[in-house]
Write a protein that binds this ligand. Structure first.
Ligand SMILES: Cc1cc2nc3c(=O)[nH]c(=O)nc-3n(C[C@H](O)[C@H](O)[C@H](O)COP(=O)(O)O)c2cc1C
Length: 420
């Protein structure tokens, strides 16, 4: 056990703000999907005003002892007037029920959207709370908390809280990262760039539009310090992190591709060349429609990460897989799984592939595309073994159909709109 875990000392952030969170250095995987190679912190804060104290966020239930010990070192429970939960995920709300039991006089402030989650998360319908939204304020006497509604960063209920007189932004998971270092401040901890970028790409990236909306609220603020719920407190050049979020969330500039021109990506993998020939014929058919750019990518080798940026910018994505042992093949599933990192909702999509006897892959891929809320205008195209000349013409037809749909042109064949 480390020094700070053992002693559970609070840390002064400003004259009026203390960090009262918890260290979790042994955590190795977060939310099932995130690597946390040096653990994480659950950051909670205590703000002291002339007329009372506010607690901003709590910690994961398993680390509640650290939180309460630190809190007790800087305030009495009877002084707590305000409790703010910037979002209700269990790593921040775990100690909330016990805190409310110890400070029954306090008022809980949560976002409008959090109301719908509170009961389900805490299994307690009796918790009293006040919903707040952008620019609502709570006074602690000589200190004022202002709320900013910043949904989907990264749950629907997310908000940030701004301590006006000190220019401190309690940003919730925004600008946070999983990086456990007891020095706690960004000018004293180790190099956490990897963790910051990794956290953004796994947690915030699917919600880029929401990040940009949140930045509209955050950027005009005078920010002296950013106090997120995970990882280092950003007191040295806090604005750099705001600027980095804007950079990461702004569509990339392409040197050659005109953004007004639509793009179609055709991914395939093929052992004997059958699915590949289908992909090429689909491309040829789509090219006849014209007006958009098409790229063909072979997934052989299995590395899908380089395609994520392309998929994010593309307007149509077709995926071809042979059926092997009753399934689509792993690189195809890896590609589809990488779509969860970005927002593919509403993009045009389709599935195709060659098969030998049962041909499950195309339907499975198609189901996945629909599950991702992509628009699948034509039923998946399956061809048994080697495509004949007639079947290659079917592939070209399929390409014309998807191309026409993408360009809003009259369709080559009737498309079942009920499937969209
Ligand atoms: C190891 C192996 C397993 C296969 N399993 C299936 C299967 O379960 N169902 C099926 O319809 N075809 C199956 N096939 C047949 C392939 O789908 C078929 O040969 C297809 O044309 C291959 O297309 P490709 O050249 O694009 O890879 C299998 C082929 C191999 C080599």
């Amino acid at each position: 056990m480390s020094r700070h875990e053992a002693t559970a000392e609070p840390m002064a952030v400003t004259d009026r703000v203390h960090w009262i969170g918890a260290f979790d250095p042994k955590m190795r995987t977060f939310d099932v999907i995130l690597k946390t190679p040096n653990g994480t912190t659950y950051n909670a804060y205590l703000v002291r005003g002339s007329e009372g104290v506010a607690v901003i966020d709590t910690v994961k239930a398993e680390t509640a002892d650290q939180f309460f010990t630190r809190l007790e070192a800087v305030a009495d429970y009877s002084e707590i007037k305000v409790i703010v939960l910037n979002h209700l995920e269990p790593d921040h709300s775990g100690a909330l029920p016990e805190l409310m039991r110890r400070a029954p006089q306090a008022t809980l402030y949560i976002s409008d959207a959090a109301q719908l989650m509170l009961k389900a998360l805490l299994n307690n319908s009796n918790i009293a709370y006040t919903p707040v939204t952008t620019n609502d304020r709570v006074s602690l006497g000589d200190r004022t908390l202002r709320f900013l509604n910043t949904p989907y960063l990264h749950w629907p209920d997310t908000q940030c809280t701004y301590l006006e007189e000190e220019g401190v932004l309690f940003s919730g998971d925004v600008f946070g990262c999983h990086y456990c270092d007891e020095q706690l401040f960004n000018d004293s901890v180790g190099d956490f760039r990897f963790s910051f970028e990794y956290y953004y790409s796994h947690i915030m990236r699917p919600f880029k539009q929401y990040v940009l909306s949140a930045l509209e609220l955050i950027e005009p603020l005078q920010i002296n310090l950013i106090a997120p719920t995970h990882g280092p407190i950003l007191r040295d050049h806090p604005r750099h992190y705001v600027e980095r979020y804007r950079e990461l969330s702004t569509p990339q500039l392409h040197l050659e591709i005109d953004h007004d021109v639509k793009t179609m990506l055709i991914f395939y993998i093929s052992s004997y060349g059958n699915t590949m020939h289908m992909a090429e014929a689909i491309r040829d058919g789509a090219l006849e429609i014209g007006g958009f750019r098409i790229s063909l990518y072979d997934l052989e080798g299995g590395e899908v990460e380089p395609f994520v940026d392309l998929v994010e910018d593309a307007d149509a994505i077709l995926v071809g897989s042979p059926t092997i042992n009753g399934d689509a093949v792993k690189p195809v599933w890896d590609l589809l799984s990488s779509f969860a990192k970005i927002n593919v909702k509403g993009k045009v999509a389709g599935a195709f592939g060659s098969y030998g006897w049962s041909g499950e892959a195309v339907r499975m891929v198609e189901d996945r595309l629909r599950g991702l809320k992509m628009r699948v205008p034509a039923g998946g195209l399956r061809i048994k073994l080697i495509p004949s000349d007639v079947e290659l013409e079917d592939c070209r037809d399929y390409g014309r159909d998807i191309g026409a749909f993408l360009m809003g042109k009259p369709r080559a064949r009737e498309i079942d709109m009920s499937q969209l």
